[in-house]
Design a binder for this molecule. Sequence first.
Ligand SMILES: Cc1ncc(COP(=O)(O)O)c(C=O)c1O
Length: 368
Amino acid sequence: MIKFLDLHKINARFQHEFQKSFNTFLDSGHYVLGKSVSNFENEFANYCGANHCIGTSNGLDALTLIFKGFIALNKLSVGNEVIVPANTYIASILSVINSGLKPVFVEPNPETFNIESSNIETAITPNTKAILMVHLYGQLCSNSVSQIAKKHNLLVIEDAAQAHGAVSSSGLKAGNLSHAAAFSFYPSKNLGALGDAGAITTNNKALYHVICKLRNYGSSVKYINEIVGYNNRLDEVQAAFLSIKLKALDRDNLKRQEIALTYLKEIKNTAVELPVLTSNVESHVWHVFVVLVKNRAHFVDYLEQHNIQTLIHYPIPPHKQEALASYTNLELPITEHIHNSCVSLPISPVMTIEETNRVILIVNSYNA
Ligand SMILES: Cc1ncc(COP(=O)(O)O)c(C=O)c1O
């Protein structure tokens, strides 16, 4: 069986380093917001080229803390509209709603799957104050999103949960392309912890300070609470594991890029629509390799019969989820088409050349 993603194999590479770091953690006797979190925050800020990093409990909390931070700084107000991509994982939208803001859904570009810049301006109203750009599937959004934001004096927030290490054509990394960025280190991400974890990067000092308080009961000095906060801290053990895995991120992304470029070159089947790389090779870190097919169930079944595991990112678009029933009547045909026909092929840093070639052979032999 060619697994979609072999998480055990990915993490087994670091087993001895993990064990050593756990022993150091155990011996330290300091288990919350200790050295491992602050070390990782410094390393990840440096990696992204951002001035500040704040470790958080997960990616959704990271996104939500950014919005709540801007509200605390009076840069956003409850009820403001935030432009969001309709084609995303529901967490992006939930962060806006959970912060008391209003998501305004914008259709994607059918080739890149990311928010289509030319659709943004018509969605802007006097109440629009921010754009959430999601680098979906690992590909950076077009830099025209930031240009539109600048023109309309809007905040830009990155959902970089799927794009750790992606580099723009101007050499800037995901996490340093906006006013603030959120990352998820959910185990299956390009940089994945061994449990829930997340982070925020920003160059905004005031936002950094307010989010540090928000994630820790509104406090920067123990038992002194300045604002109404939360407990959204990054765990020490996960931070230590992430520091170990961060050193391998560029190498792992390179491996994903190699596999993706091989797929793009070698998969030749008119029934299988391939994803489009729109900019420099480094601007896509291929968190997932998504193809579109007409008869998805048939294609998935066929691959399964040939021992190739696939996943669907994602089967139901956010506006069609029961949780977001008030948005169900929105007309978002491109988003719905992607969600109805997308299939993610196996891709990972531990996938072998033989496995890659086998996927290509089987996909090329598919008869729709
Ligand atoms: C695009 C996107 N945004 C946000 C999240 C939320 O991250 P987490 O699962 O760590 O809360 C995820 C991950 O699942 C994601 O893929």
